[in-house]
Design a protein. Sequence first.
Length: 216
Amino acid sequence: MDLSILNNISYGMYIITTKKEHKNVGCFINSAMQITSKSKILAISLNKDNYTNEVLKETRKCAISILNEKANQKLISKFGYFSSREINKFDEVNYQNISELPVVIEDCCGYIIGEVIRAIDVETHDIFLIRMEQMEKLSDDAPMTYRYYHEVLKGKSPKKAPTYQEEKEEGKANRYQCSICGYIYDDSKEKIKFEDLPDSWTCPMCGVGKDKFIKL
Ligand SMILES: Cc1cc2nc3c(=O)[nH]c(=O)nc-3n(C[C@H](O)[C@H](O)[C@H](O)COP(=O)(O)O)c2cc1C
């Protein structure tokens, strides 16, 4: 099977958020699509290990913020590579409390608020069907696509994303992978070899130190 054909399926870039008691929770997703028009239903896919999945099953209310192309890597890394179980992702992020939900406003061209009407078990993931109840456009900025994230920002997808694909070996130069976010530092493509980078160097994707990299 030529899995590269899957790279031709188009997606957007979104942050889904919800709130459990006083705790704000959320994660990055690319898998969201409108599936009906009159009844305004949106479908999203969430990995069963993601804390957002666990909490959304209880709260059944969420906001989906649509990222624009100006969105910075730190915002994507924070929501896409770390868990709300361990960190407060909303620190230093511009969000507003709307309809009792923490809605991310930063680098977003709009948001949708809705209620979960059904969760469907699909092996590693659950598909949530969400009835859209409220929405607002925040700017005319271009929404970020998944392709833009990969090709322009050189972003990766973690194992829990439904579109994750394993990296293929390239060349013989040394390559090092960030154990947190999966970013690959390839000596053959960089001006400085990984070993010569200063100790203060940090992962351009998720910001952790050199010590979190593993030689491939
Ligand atoms: C570009 C990108 C796309 C992603 N898409 C999805 C997705 O569609 N569904 C999903 O469950 N996780 C997706 N993820 C992974 C989650 O955002 C990630 O597992 C996150 O750490 C979960 O956080 P939580 O435990 O606070 O819910 C994506 C991550 C990135 C960086």
